[in-house]
Design a protein around this ligand. Structure first.
Ligand code: GLU
Length: 410
């Protein structure tokens, strides 16, 4: 299977067939509601101009306003945005949040742009889309290459057209309506899934060997919270390479190094090795937490973990998924495993709509309750089908819910 979008379509089609929903429903669920592509020409600080392409794909809104991040990355393209938007539809459905799915981005490299340039670019993106996003239409959030500051600019630009509406985005800074716990939420959810998956195997976190591929928001929070929970994080990587220590890395120290220098490169304690080899590291749990297409038919046979928890969106190709299952490795799929982020986005949106804020304890407690209930729902769906395939179970749950809402509204 070639592309990312094709893989997601394959999982949806398989669920439609297993649920016997028919060709007409399949076509409706696969077709994005709206796809927007536009020029973003940015005046640079040096007086030159640079032209990028901006995107927003609104995949489905049968269950509520569409929801999904904005990605600033040179690899952003229509296939990727379409796949990620579709994954958001299934992710919000599997978490039973009252949302549909969307995704957007700009094909720029944010590392080569100044804060002023990023601000201008974010405002250009918002100018193009302000009429089709909104608290009851489509609610962006951070993704690769964007953060709370990006969301603040979107909120500010949106306010110029529609008045003060913090619920237009989630993942905002706390000072303008962000939620406590949102920054850590995806990692916290993943560590919760880790605990649940280990309990199923009569194991606990103490001393469990964890490998995290990717050290951005999701990877770094996963590593930090797993270490706090007693796991031994034996290897981590980012785009500059990987580091390992079979006795467990000092994750707070690694994090400080990354905060001070911008990357893992040059980290003094621990053995460095090629980032591309990290998926073959000996461990109990492997968390791919960077980008799509990391576990493929070329390296799935080398995975040594007993459990793969997908922190990234689409890190495993369908071929690799098959190989891992045949090898008896449990794969907890992206649309469930990394849903802690959008779940706390939902809490943030609820707080904004109600003009009422929650404590961080309440956010973390309700996140934990939802991840636990979701995990049990997912594993019992798989068990009922006599299968260990959690991805197929997650897609059946999600596609069934979206199809039911679609039918009721048509
Ligand atoms: N970008 C994140 C994701 O892929 C968060 C989306 C959101 O909170 O809306 O799930």
């Amino acid at each position: 299977m070639e592309g990312f979008l094709e893989s997601v379509r394959y999982y949806v089609t398989r669920a439609v067939e297993q649920l016997d929903l028919g060709d007409r429903m399949e076509h409706e669920l696969l077709t994005p509601r709206r796809e927007i592509r536009f020029e973003c020409t940015l005046p640079l600080d040096n007086g030159e101009r640079a032209t990028y392409v901006g995107y927003r794909t609104q995949h489905d809104d049968a269950r509520g306003p569409m929801k999904g991040g904005i990605r600033f990355n040179p690899a952003v393209n229509p296939d990727e945005v379409g796949a990620l938007a579709s994954l958001m539809t299934w992710k919000t459905a599997v978490a039973d949040l009252p949302y549909g799915g969307a995704k957007g981005g700009i094909d720029c490299d944010p590392r080569n742009l100044s804060a002023q340039e990023l601000q201008r670019l974010t405002r250009i993106w918002t100018d193009q889309l302000h009429d089709v996003i909104g608290p009851n239409r489509d609610i962006p959030a951070p993704d690769l290459g964007t953060n709370a500051q990006t969301m603040a600019w979107v909120v500010d630009q949106y306010a110029k057209y529609h008045g003060w509406s913090p619920a237009v985005t989630t993942g905002k800074p706390l000072e303008i309506g962000g939620s406590p716990g949102r920054d850590a939420a995806t990692g916290r959810g993943i560590v919760e899934v880790m605990r649940l998956a280990l309990a199923d195997r009569q194991q606990d976190m103490a001393g469990t060997g964890v490998v995290v591929q990717g050290f951005g928001n999701v990877g770094s929070w996963t590593a930090r919270l797993a270490a706090i929970a007693g796991a031994k994080v034996v290897a981590v990587s980012d785009i500059t390479g990987a580091i390992r220590d079979p006795d467990g890395l000092d994750i707070p120290h690694v994090f400080e190094h990354v905060r001070a220098t911008g990357s893992l490169g040059g980290y003094p304690n621990g053995e460095s090795f090629a980032g591309s080899e990290i998926t073959a590291e000996p461990c109990d749990i492997l968390v791919p937490a960077a980008i799509e297409g990391v576990l493929t038919s070329a390296n799935a046979a080398d995975v040594q973990a007993a459990v793969v928890i997908e922190g990234a969106n689409g890190p495993t190709t369908p071929e690799a998924d098959e190989i891992l299952r045949e090898r008896g490795i449990t794969v907890v799929p992206d649309i469930f495993a990394n849903g802690g982020g959008v779940t706390v986005s939902y809490f943030e949106w609820v707080q904004n709509v109600q003009r009422y804020s929650w404590t961080e304890d309440r956010v973390n407690r309700e996140l934990q309750e939802r991840m636990t209930a979701g995990y049990h729902r997912l594993t019992s769906e798989a068990k009922a089908a006599g299968s260990s395939d959690l991805r197929a179970a997650a897609f059946r749950l999600a596609v069934g819910r979206v199809a039911a809402a679609t039918r009721l509204r048509s």
